[in-house]
Design a protein around this ligand. Structure first.
Ligand SMILES: Nc1ncnc2c1ncn2[C@@H]1O[C@H](COP(=O)(O)OP(=O)(O)OP(=O)(O)O)[C@@H](O)[C@H]1O
Ligand SMILES: [Mg+2]
Length: 437
């Protein structure tokens, strides 16, 4: 959880997972670092500095979402990824755009709650252990010293021991359904009913007989709940969302309307108009309170096939001042994507087959063949970028994927020439105009 990474460090980390696309990585790294810089700028100018919102453009399957996804894992910042096409204009049935902010805040509050839980773990454990010791003493272990019982608890020697103690009554598991269909995200009414019931029942304690292990869980939960109630994690979460939140809006090009026709396009421009205040900076009511979106970083992405960001409504364009184009992937890129990333496709398939006792070894030439054929198919049929690698690799490994563990076992080495003769078949399908991929 390091939010202070420099642009070079961010790019270096992204390099471990995403091949090429240096410009996009740089742009994302700068946008992220600019927020850190803003926080450290003089107070008078700080609130004037707006995020370097960014649009990533480029054909399908070349790493747009992948960059955003990896960025999310890298920073401790709250991050949500949404699809622009999932929203409908206000007033229509469907998800309204404000729900992305609510989701972000919820995530940020969770991050802070989790942090609080971690920070208080020792404190909680101490309290819980104290209560367990008391309960043990009341359950037939009264002759033993406290220290002795504590160390037995620590070594898990007493997990199954039955004890009796006063515990808060458990709320019956139930889900309160929202009355209004919508984003399914926030359900303040249901939450309130739950809280009310918790108050009514939760205050009640009951003598309960149970195993130490279970008692520990219940006590922990109880103790943490009490701690969280008194802590300011919600305020910190809201602040975190406002200052460091990142919202990734995918498929932004899909809400470009073609102006001549009426119908769904009207609603798409409507979604853009709804989006505008959020990206521009406004206050969104959430279950935790109002959240200001001024400094949330928005990264949008789209293929912009046959359209351009200039087709977005002008006000929205203005709110995405940074543009970065991602390049289509070459055969060489595909080869590197197949083999280089930490959890590359090749490593994934190797791991899959290993589970069935097959040790698959692709020679570099064979991997090169996969990239070559994938590239060829992208050129000859539809260019789906790196997504092409998977079907080609599955085709190459079909015999092992099907045969393991019954027919194929042990080490299997696939040479370049073997790969090319298997994959020849695949490329040959073109003759009868009948690609399977
Ligand atoms: N440059 C790359 N480096 C590593 N892996 C990549 C790269 N480009 C694509 N991939 C792989 O291909 C898959 C699809 O890529 P991604 O989801 O980023 O596509 P996209 O650019 O967002 O396309 P779309 O416009 O269809 O959403 C990902 O699972 C990723 O593993
Ligand atoms: Mg994508």
């Amino acid at each position: 959880m390091d939010r202070e990474l420099t642009p070079a460090q961010i790019v270096k980390w992204l390099d471990r997972h995403v091949i090429g696309q240096d410009q996009a990585k740089r742009a994302v790294a700068i946008a992220l670092r600019n927020r850190y810089r803003r926080r450290h700028a003089d107070r008078e100018i700080r609130s004037e500095i707006y995020p370097s919102n960014l649009i990533m453009m480029g054909p399908t399957g070349i790493g747009k979402t992948e960059i955003a996804r990896r960025l999310a894992n890298l920073t401790g910042a709250p991050f949500v990824k949404v699809e622009a096409t999932k929203y409908t204009e206000t007033g229509y049935v469907g998800r309204d755009v404000e729900s992305m902010v609510r989701a972000l805040v919820r995530q940020a509050v969770n991050i802070e709650a989790e942090k609080e839980r971690r920070d208080r773990k020792e404190q909680v454990d101490r309290v819980v252990n104290g209560k367990l010791v008391d309960a043990l003493k009341n359950s037939g272990y009264d002759s033993m010293a406290e220290g002795e019982l504590l160390s037995m608890l620590e070594t898990s020697a007493l997990e199954d021991t039955q004890i009796e103690m006063m515990l808060p009554d458990q709320l019956p598991q139930m889900e309160i359904m929202p009355l209004v269909p919508g984003d399914g995200f926030d359900n303040p009414a249901g939450e309130n009913i739950k809280k009310l019931m918790q108050k009514m029942i939760g205050g009640r304690r009951k003598r309960t007989k149970l195993a130490v292990s279970e008692a520990r869980e219940r006590l922990r939960e109880d103790e943490l709940g009490r701690l969280l109630e008194g802590s300011d994690h919600i305020a910190r979460g809201m602040n975190l969302a406002q200052e460091e939140g990142i919202i990734f809006i995918d498929e932004i090009d899909k809400i470009i309307g073609i102006s001549e026709s009426k119908g769904p396009e009207v609603s798409r421009a409507g979604v853009q108009r709804d989006l505008l205040p959020i990206v521009e900076g406004c206050t969104v009511p959430t279950r935790y309170g109002p959240v200001v979106t001024d400094h949330i970083l928005f990264i949008a992405a789209g293929a912009f096939h046959g359209s351009s960001p200039a087709d977005l409504i002008p006000e929205l364009q203005g709110r995405f001042p940074m543009r970065v184009e991602l390049a289509p992937l070459s055969e060489d890129d595909l080869f590197r994507i197949l083999t280089e990333p930490e959890n590359s496709l090749l490593r994934q398939y190797t791991a899959l087959l290993k589970a069935d006792g097959v040790d698959i070894r692709l020679s570099p030439k064979a991997a090169r063949e996969v990239a070559r054929v994938a590239n060829h198919l992208n050129e000859e049929t539809e260019d789906i970028g790196a997504r092409r690698l998977r079907p080609v690799l599955s085709y190459l490994l079909d015999e092992q994927l099907f045969g393991a563990p019954d027919l194929v076992r042990g080490t299997v080495t696939i040479s370049g020439s073997a790969a090319s003769s298997i994959l020849l078949d695949l490329a040959d399908r073109r003759e009868d105009g009948n690609y399977i991929l």
